[in-house]
Write a protein that binds this ligand. Structure first.
Ligand code: ZN
Ligand code: ZN
Ligand code: ZN
Length: 152
């Protein structure tokens, strides 16, 4: 299904800016911060970008997560989310070294026993450490400027 259709299916107008942001999120396995998206889409002004992400989230196209700094991140929903109430049950990994956050759709949130009387509506599992790329670089003892290249 093409991007225009996917956006329209959620009842949104497929504006050029929405298509750009959605295409990038679809292509990537990352959970992007506002700052990262702003850097990627210099032509889209901040307010528009915020609105796009909010509309996508409400429509069930992207899900919102928080990184280790408490900042909001956005990643694509790879399954059918009904809308405001997202059905995600996978974990997210925040790299302490490069700061990137990965949406690990294939890694399910582990089963957790909640005391009786509590009812779970959702769960965010944030794992942090160092990502594959950063580990490879440290293992090889690459100079710092090489590490910077990979991050950008
Ligand atoms: Zn979702
Ligand atoms: Zn990393
Ligand atoms: Zn995710």
């Amino acid at each position: 299904m093409d991007i225009v259709q996917q956006i329209r299916d959620k009842g949104l107008k497929a504006t050029p800016a929405r298509q750009l942001v959605y295409a990038e999120l679809t292509r990537s396995h990352m959970a992007y911060s506002h700052a990262e998206l702003e850097a990627l889409f210099l032509d889209i002004d901040r307010v528009t970008l915020y609105r796009i992400l909010k509309d996508f989230e409400d429509a069930g196209l992207v899900h919102k997560v928080f990184d280790t700094q408490g900042s909001t991140r956005f990643a694509i929903c790879h399954h059918t989310c009904p809308g405001k109430h997202h059905a995600e049950n996978h974990v997210h990994f925040n790299c302490n070294d490069c700061g990137r956050m990965f949406c690990l759709q294939a890694v399910q949130t582990p089963e957790i026993n909640i005391p009786g009387g509590f009812r779970v509506a959702g769960m965010h599992t944030l794992i942090y450490g160092s990502c594959e790329k950063c580990n490879q670089l440290t293992d090889k003892n690459e100079p710092t400027d090489k590490i910077q290249e990979v991050i950008v």
